[in-house]
Ligand binder design. Structure first.
Ligand SMILES: *[C@@H]1O[C@H](CO)[C@@H](O)[C@H](O)[C@H]1NC(C)=O
Ligand SMILES: *[C@@H]1O[C@H](CO)[C@@H](O)[C@H](O)[C@H]1NC(C)=O
Ligand SMILES: *[C@@H]1O[C@H](CO)[C@@H](O)[C@H](O)[C@H]1NC(C)=O
Ligand SMILES: *[C@@H]1O[C@H](CO)[C@@H](O)[C@H](O)[C@H]1NC(C)=O
Length: 185
């Protein structure tokens, strides 16, 4: 009888421990930091060298470095140095730069892969966030992994949700990025 009591006591204890662990897990699933930024990409097209913020640096044998390859831009690699703004206006004062590359890796459908950093240099934020991952941009929203950071974002990890906010032909696009960090130092 004593041992039955002991067992049920232990069972209750285990239940309490596991419930509190579950609660803790739930709490840690909320982001520790979120921020929303926009970046603006103006692709060089042979006529806009002054304003372009990105350029094709490699193209497949059937294409060239001035015009994106047909039909899905497969094989084009683009290097960019885009302004980051806090609203959707290209002419707002930038808070930093989005710098790195994206490449088209869909042979039969439009698909890109991004590897780049947001480098912040404003009174609000100093430091960088590095992102790497697939951006199937025909989808309304896409999640890109945040794989690290420096400065204000030291050791950061999380998810950057991309949403195409505007595009004009193949020359300009603007992406709204909702960054949710789940690991903050
Ligand atoms: C470059 O941007 C400026 C300012 O927005 C604009 O007046 C000009 O027409 C643009 N030039 C080209 C080649 O797109
Ligand atoms: C690049 O390719 C486009 C589309 O095929 C073509 O119109 C253009 O003349 C080419 N430009 C150069 C510099 O070869
Ligand atoms: C950051 O901003 C300051 C003040 O505007 C400027 O002096 C500095 O050169 C900038 N640094 C970088 C890396 O852009
Ligand atoms: C950004 O994403 C987070 C996590 O999904 C969400 O809680 C937050 O409301 C979003 N912020 C905006 C401004 O959309």
């Amino acid at each position: 009888m004593g041992s039955t009591k002991l067992i049920s006591l232990l069972f209750c204890l285990l239940l309490v421990i596991s419930t509190s662990a579950a609660t803790q897990k739930k709490i840690s699933r909320e982001p520790c930091k979120t921020l929303v930024v926009y970046f603006h990409d103006i692709l060089y097209n042979g006529q806009n060298a002054e304003n372009a913020t990105s350029a094709i640096v490699a193209a497949p044998a059937w294409g060239n470095e001035t015009i994106l390859a047909e039909p899905t831009h497969f094989g084009d690699i683009i290097v960019f140095d885009d302004p980051i703004t806090l609203d959707n206006n290209l002419h707002s004062t930038p808070v930093g730069r989005a710098q790195g590359l994206y490449l088209y890796d869909g042979k039969h459908t439009f698909n890109t892969w991004f590897g780049f950093s947001f480098t912040f240099n404003s009174t609000g934020h100093k430091g960088s966030i590095t992102l790497a991952g697939a951006d199937p941009f025909l989808e309304k929203t896409r999640d890109i992994p945040v794989i690290g950071g420096t400065g204000d974002f030291f050791m950061a990890r999380g998810i950057a949700n991309f949403m195409t906010d505007a595009f004009e032909g193949e020359v300009y696009f603007r992406v709204r990025v909702n960054i949710s960090l789940y690991e903050c130092w």
